[in-house]
Design a protein around this ligand. Structure first.
Ligand SMILES: NC(=O)c1ccc[n+]([C@@H]2O[C@H](COP(=O)([O-])OP(=O)(O)OC[C@H]3O[C@@H](n4cnc5c(N)ncnc54)[C@H](O)[C@@H]3O)[C@@H](O)[C@H]2O)c1
Length: 348
């Protein structure tokens, strides 16, 4: 029997690399497109090593129509898992046009290539940030979207595009998975979260402070209406996130547009996370309270019931697992994927 083939855009990135590994280990062929703007091809080598399997890789931009057409000509793709995007809330406030351009042009170009190749099945990486400053917690899929920054807005606009596509062409099947705060690493410690430059997400930041690479954690906002005044998020293990993708694939190409929250339903404040990471790593984590970051909201916690009911998915790992796995990746690879090259002064 031929294996189903998944095109994974952004497959060298944090969640994408874990998804490639999970798909390869579960009977899929994988083709990756990633322009490496926020990742390293070494992550893909590690995925090949852990899985003992190969995958095709195109170092291309998803907004490059000719390159995307070539990918679809070279491979018989059954489904597209679309991770490729810029993803940092704060950065998007500084560079709104780059965010809209990359995230929306990338999606539209990819959809055009899919359409030409008659591929009509996609899983789209959406985000809890689309809910913005939610008035009711926990957040269900029916909660209103109120994006508060260009990144979140680009994800919400993407969902609108995909909804319109599916209502015009009912044979398309698109599922938007709205991740809460993915964290942690594969249990091997061989792949993890290693963004280019200073980490925008809190867990790799904490890892680097614990390891002495960064001096302290800056905690943005200590006057939010939460128990300790710092922002509360629903951290979810990256392996649980990628299992959510696989279970979505196993439900088949259900016609139309669907959306599911992927979260644990448990909220953790930044200070609770700092304390947990210090305990797990056995290292002190100095932190400094500073002002709120524009575009941020006080609290985002998922109601994950719909994904449980319809996909059979539940987060199986907890905050301790996330911290332990992230710390293992940090310890095994203190300078990240390209540590040696970075030390020698090269940029990526
Ligand atoms: N990590 C989170 O906190 C989080 C939360 C919710 C949603 N998401 C979404 O999940 C997806 C993956 O996030 P991640 O944390 O793995 O981020 P990441 O930056 O590690 O991965 C994104 C990958 O896409 C690539 N990429 C970006 N633009 C591209 C383009 N135009 N062409 C080709 N490749 C491109 C990057 O090089 C990177 O490898 C993103 O769409 C992000 O918005 C992430």
């Amino acid at each position: 029997m031929t294996k189903p083939t998944a095109l994974v855009t952004g497959g060298a990135g944090f969640i994408g690399s874990h998804c490639c590994l999970d798909l390869l280990m579960n009977g899929y062929e994988v083709v990756v497109v990633d322009n490496l703007v926020n990742s390293s091809a070494i992550a893909l080598d590690r995925v090949r090593q852990i899985s003992g399997q190969d995958m095709a890789f195109y170092a291309s931009d998803v907004a490059d129509q000719a390159a995307m057409d070539t990918v679809f000509r070279n491979h018989k793709i059954d489904v597209v898992v679309h991770f490729a995007a810029y993803k940092a809330v704060g950065d998007s406030m500084d560079r709104p046009l780059e965010y809209y351009s990359n995230n929306l042009t990338g999606l539209l170009t990819l959809l055009a290539a899919m359409s030409k190749a008659d591929v009509k099945h996609m899983i789209f990486s959406s985000s809890c940030s689309i809910y913005g400053d939610a008035t009711e917690l926990p957040i269900t899929e029916a909660s209103p979207a109120r994006p508060t920054n260009p990144y979140a807005q680009s994800k919400w606009m993407s969902e609108q595009i995909l909804t319109d596509l599916c209502s015009r062409y009912p044979d398309w099947s698109v599922t938007a998975l709205r991740y809460f705060n993915p964290a942690g690493a594969h249990e091997s410690g061989e792949i993890g979260e290693d963004p280019c430059g200073v980490p925008g997400n809190v867990l790799p930041y904490l890892s680097q402070v614990a390891a002495g690479r960064l001096d302290e954690v800056q905690v943005f906002g200590s006057d939010y209406p939460t128990a300790d005044g710092t922002a509360v998020r629903d951290y979810i293990h990256v392996m649980d996130v990628v299992e959510g993708h696989r279970l979505t694939l196993e439900t088949g190409a259900v016609p139309g547009f669907r959306r599911y929250n992927l979260g644990t339903g448990v909220g953790t404040s930044v200070l609770e996370l700092v304390e947990k990471f210090a305990a797990v790593s056995g290292r002190p984590i100095p932190y400094r309270l500073s002002g709120r970051r524009p575009g941020d909201v006080p609290e985002l916690v998922a109601a994950p019931d719909l994904a449980h009911a319809e996909l059979g998915w539940t987060a199986r790992r907890n905050l301790t697992d996330m911290c332990q796995d992230a710390w293992r990746f940090q310890q095994l690879h203190p300078l990240g994927y390209e540590g040696l090259i970075t030390t020698l002064g090269s940029s990526r």
